[in-house]
Design a protein around this ligand. Structure first.
Ligand code: 5AD
Ligand code: SF4
Length: 443
């Protein structure tokens, strides 16, 4: 019998990308199935879905419709739906797409290999969208993302219940991973040559782990422990929340040189009224204060943020305040979205009084401002020396490429083999997020 081949399609956030990488690892290791990148070569299909924004269901059934055709030609094909839409819709997916075999949630991905085997053995449909407490952490394989950087999960789920957000319903309550496991995983990664660790979680800065001696390990303490691991060169994290941005966390920016000069700190809106309707639980003064304090410690820190435009009740004046905040706080980059009502959320019951056309207009304006900001900050980097972690060589023009601390891609030429290395370069040209440079030296 030929080897089973699995095709995985992933939508959504870094967490989903990370989960899919883990999924391929489990499937490969536990079942010895091959992972393929061309759908028509597969006999097992997995869709890792995202429900954070609009049209998640339509997108799901559209995709499933395409895979249904494969199954009509080969009834032995297995189709699995995972991720946040699976958690949200559950059994309803079977009702609308009877050809789906397995539904699993973000917290049960490690159970999928067994579920696939059971479908083969017992020829029945299976669903498991539960939130088993810390079980998922026990199955975490060590995963390298590139030659030099790796994601490491430190916390899962969210307790915040911002009024627009589906995540607490689909990913469950916050669970912090035991800090010793985190440190061990990072040590293993460093031995493998990883230089940059990217800590992941819906709210990394609400990390809190109480050990058997009743010591409370908070995110700032965890960062200090991580920075003490020999060989760690850069530390990044996403996503953090202004509500939990403690003084301790601000202070570590003065103590940990490996923490990058870049922070993604989603604010969502520049209007106090909208923040309150969103139940974000911080004021603009608090948000600004975090940034002012960080800039005192790290004058070159770059700030990125998430914004939602067209939240119910958002007036032109509220929107203008968001633009003003972008300018006042020197926001460098953003992920910005049109508000979309998510089923079961508090905001979905509010009157959505901003027309789609107006939402689109505001998004366009906001993104234009952000682009100007990005350009401005890239231009400030001109003629400076930057440190780059080199990811590879571009096939197109044979330039080396890598990232600066503040998430810009840099291209440069060198006669040395720089891949996987840390180098110093001199910036001599830029285009939005992309910089061109001359090689200076190995770090
Ligand atoms: N509509 C639009 N954007 C949303 N986000 C979360 N929920 C919604 C929604 N219902 C955005 C927020 C969050 C990012 C991950 O997705 O900006 O920070
Ligand atoms: Fe969603 Fe708010 Fe939790 Fe972020 S903090 S995942 S926006 S509920």
């Amino acid at each position: 019998m030929s080897r089973n081949k699995v095709y995985i399609k992933t939508w959504g956030c870094q967490m989903n990308t990370y989960d899919s990488t883990k999924l391929s690892h489990y499937i490969n290791k536990e079942l010895n199935f091959a992972i393929v990148t061309i759908a028509k070569h597969a006999n097992i299909f997995i869709l890792n879905t995202c429900s954070i924004r609009e049209k998640a269901q339509e997108k799901l059934f559209h995709q499933l419709g395409r895979w249904k055709i494969f199954k009509q030609n080969n009834p032995n094909i297995i189709i699995c739906v995972g991720g946040c839409v699976a958690a949200q819709e559950g059994e309803k997916i079977f009702k609308r797409a009877s050809y789906v075999d397995i539904i699993f949630g973000p917290q049960t991905i490690h159970r999928l290999p067994k579920m696939i085997q059971d479908v083969y053995n017992f020829k029945k449909k299976l669903i498991d969208i539960s939130f088993p407490k810390t079980e998922k952490f026990n199955y975490l394989p060590v995963i390298k993302t590139t030659q030099h950087t790796s994601y490491v999960t430190i916390i899962e789920g969210c307790n915040k219940y911002c009024t627009y957000c589906i995540v607490p319903f689909t990913r469950g309550k916050e669970i912090s991973r035991p800090y010793k496991d985190i440190l061990l995983e990072i040590q293993q990664l460093i031995i493998q040559g990883i230089k940059e660790i990217h800590l992941l979680g819906q709210n990394v800065n609400s990390y809190k782990y109480i050990d058997i001696d009743n010591n409370i390990i908070t995110f700032d303490k965890l960062l200090i422990m991580i920075s003490n691991i020999k060989g760690i060169y850069r530390i990044r994290y996403t996503t953090s929340n202004p509500q939990d941005f403690t003084q301790g966390l601000i202070n570590v920016y003065g103590k940990i040189p490996q923490l990058v000069n870049f922070l993604h700190l989603p604010v969502q809106s520049g209007s106090e009224k909208i923040l309150s309707l969103m139940k974000r639980r911080y004021s603009l003064t608090q948000y600004k204060n975090i940034i002012y304090q960080l800039k005192k410690i790290r004058p070159n820190i770059h700030i990125s943020s998430d914004f939602i435009v067209g939240f119910p009740g958002e007036t032109q004046e509220d929107f203008n305040q968001t633009i003003q905040l972008i300018l006042d706080m020197d926001i460098d980059m953003s992920y910005s979205f049109i508000y979309s009502a998510r089923p079961g959320t508090i905001a979905s019951k509010m009157v959505d009084n901003v027309s789609l056309q107006e939402k689109k207009r505001r998004l366009y304006i906001l993104q234009d401002y952000i682009q100007q900001q990005t350009k401005k900050f890239s231009s400030y980097m001109l003629h400076s020396i930057q440190t780059v972690l080199v990811e590879g060589i571009s096939k197109h023009n044979q330039f080396f490429f890598g990232k600066t601390e503040n998430n810009r891609i840099v291209f440069f030429k060198s006669t040395y083999n720089c891949v996987g290395k840390i180098v110093k370069v001199y910036i001599n040209n830029f285009y939005l997020y992309t910089l061109y440079a001359t090689f200076v030296s190995m770090h």
